[in-house]
Design a binder for this molecule. Structure first.
Ligand SMILES: Nc1ncnc2c1ncn2[C@@H]1O[C@H](COP(=O)(O)OP(=O)(O)OP(=O)(O)O)[C@@H](O)[C@H]1O
Ligand SMILES: [Mg+2]
Length: 396
C-alpha cells in the first residue's frame, strides 16, 4: 500500500497483440510503481505516442497489420516521437533480427517468456538513462543561460571600464593641464605684479579664469554622470512633447541672454504633438535636453536650419517599445567615427568649431539604457545628424 503511494517512476507504453502478455507486463510494472498504458496494435501506439509521449515503449515485434519494426521506424521518423526509447519484445521461438532492431532505433530487447527480474532491470536501466540525459540537458541549458548572462555582464563591465578610463584621462590629464595653466599664469602675475588694464596682466587673468571654468565644467559633468549612475528610476507616463517645448524655450532664452549673440537664429522646429513614454521624467528631460541642445549647437553655422523631434510608430519593436528621433540639418559627423560617439569625453568636432566637453551623449545613452531602451545614430558631414532612441511605450 505504502509502496503504491510513491510517485510514479516512469510512464511506460506496452504494445502487444496478445492480451495475456499485456496483462502480465502491466502487473509486473504497476507493482513497481510505474505508470503503464497498454495497446493492442501499432496504429494505436503511434497515435498515443504522438498525443502524450510515454517515457519508454515496450514493443512487440510480431503483430498483425503493422509489425514492431515498422512501428519503431515510424516513431523514429516523427520528430514528436523520435526521442522515445523503444525496447523490443520478442519470443524466443520467433526469428528476431537484432541488428535490424538496433539499426532502426531500438535501444534494447527482452525475450519471451518473460524473466521478471530481467524485464525490471532492463526497464529500470533505460529510464535511468533518460533521467541522466534529461539532467544533463537541463544542466546544459542552465550553463548556456549563465553564459549568456556572463556575456551581458562582461559587455556592461567593458562599458564601465571605458568610462573609468575616460574619467581617469579626464581627471588626470585635462584637470592637471588646466591646473598647470592656472599655476603658471598665477606665478607670472606674482613675479611681474598685477597691473590693471595691462594687456599681459589681463591675458594671464583670462587664462586663469577660463581654465578654472573648464575644471568647474569637468567636475559638473563627472558628478552628473555619477548622479545618473546612482539613480533609482521613478517611472510614470512622461509627455516628451511638453519636455521638448520647455527645452526649446530654454534654448531660445539662452540665446537672448548671451552677452554678444553671433546672430539671431531662425530655426524651424518640427515637434510632433502628443509624444509620450513610460519613464523617469527627470532623467528623460536630461536626455532630451542633450539631444536637442546638440541639434541646436551643431546647426549654429548652417543655413535654413530645421530640427525635428518625432517618432517612427509604424515599426513594431520588442518589449512594447517605441522609436523616437531627433533630426537636424547641421554640421553632421563622419560615420566612420560613429562607434565612439557615445563614449564619454569623445568629440568628433574641435572646440574651435563647436564648444563642448563630450559627455552629453554618454549621459543620454546611460539614461536610455537605464530604461531598457537603445540609442543609435546616423550622420553625414555638412548634411546633418539623426539620433534614434527606443523607450517603453506610455501605459494606459
Ligand atoms: N547633432 C549633432 N550633429 C553633429 N555632431 C554631433 C551631434 N550631436 C553630437 N555630435 C558629435 O558627437 C560628439 C559627442 O556629443 P556630446 O553631446 O557627447 O558632446 P558635446 O556636444 O561635444 O559636449 P557636451 O558634453 O557639452 O554635450 C560631439 O562632440 C559631436 O562631435
Ligand atoms: Mg552635447
Amino acid at each position: 500500500m505504502a509502496e503504491n503511494q510513491e510517485t510514479s517512476k516512469g510512464d511506460i507504453l506496452i504494445v502487444d497483440d496478445i492480451p495475456e502478455n499485456l496483462e502480465l507486463l502491466f502487473q509486473i510494472l504497476t507493482e513497481q510503481n510505474y505508470e503503464v498504458r497498454r495497446v493492442l496494435n501499432g496504429k494505436q501506439a503511434l497515435k498515443i505516442a504522438e498525443l502524450d509521449s510515454p517515457d519508454l515503449i515496450l514493443l512487440d515485434i510480431k503483430m498483425p497489420e503493422m509489425d514492431g519494426y515498422e512501428v519503431c521506424q515510424r516513431l523514429k521518423n516523427n520528430p514528436k516521437t523520435q526521442h522515445i526509447p523503444v525496447i523490443f519484445l520478442s519470443a524466443l521461438s520467433e526469428t528476431f533480427d537484432k541488428i535490424k532492431a538496433f539499426q532502426i532505433g531500438g535501444v534494447d530487447y527482452i525475450t519471451k517468456p518473460f524473466h521478471i527480474p530481467e524485464v525490471l532491470a532492463r526497464v529500470k536501466n533505460q529510464l535511468q538513462l533518460i533521467k541522466t540525459k534529461k539532467r544533463l540537458e537541463e544542466r546544459n541549458e542552465m550553463l548556456i543561460s549563465i553564459n549568456q548572462k556572463l556575456e551581458l555582464q562582461k559587455q556592461e563591465l567593458e562599458i564601465v571600464n571605458q568610462e573609468l578610463e575616460a574619467f581617469n584621462h579626464r581627471v588626470c590629464h585635462d584637470i592637471r593641464n588646466e591646473l598647470a595653466i592656472i599655476t603658471g599664469f598665477s606665478q607670472i602675475l606674482r613675479e611681474n605684479g598685477y597691473t590693471p588694464n595691462n594687456q599681459k596682466s589681463n591675458e594671464a587673468l583670462d587664462y586663469i579664469i577660463s581654465s578654472s571654468r573648464l575644471i568647474e565644467q569637468i567636475i559638473k559633468d563627472l558628478s552628473r554622470l555619477t548622479y545618473i549612475n546612482s539613480q533609482q528610476l521613478n517611472l510614470e507616463n512622461v509627455d516628451l512633447t511638453s519636455l521638448a517645448h520647455h527645452i526649446i524655450s530654454t534654448l531660445n532664452q539662452k540665446q537672448i541672454d548671451r552677452d554678444a549673440p553671433l546672430r539671431d537664429r531662425v530655426i524651424d522646429w518640427k515637434i510632433t504633438p502628443n509624444l509620450s513614454v513610460y519613464g523617469d521624467p527627470n532623467l528623460l528631460y536630461i536626455a532630451l535636453d542633450n539631444l536637442l541642445s546638440n541639434a541646436y549647437k551643431y546647426t549654429a553655422k548652417s543655413e535654413n536650419v530645421s530640427i525635428e523631434f518625432g517618432t517612427i510608430d509604424n515599426i513594431n519593436v520588442g518589449d512594447n517599445q517605441q522609436i523616437f528621433y531627433v533630426k537636424d540639418n547641421g554640421a553632421g559627423f563622419d560615420m566612420e567615427k560613429v562607434d565612439t560617439i557615445f563614449t564619454p569625453f569623445v568629440r568628433l568636432h574641435s572646440s574651435a568649431d563647436f564648444e563642448g566637453t563630450g559627455i552629453g551623449l554618454a549621459t543620454v545613452q546611460k539614461i536610455i539604457h537605464l530604461h531598457g531602451g537603445k540609442i543609435w545614430c546616423e550622420g553625414e558631414i555638412n548634411k546633418g545628424a539623426i539620433f534614434y532612441f527606443q523607450l517603453p511605450r506610455m501605459k494606459s
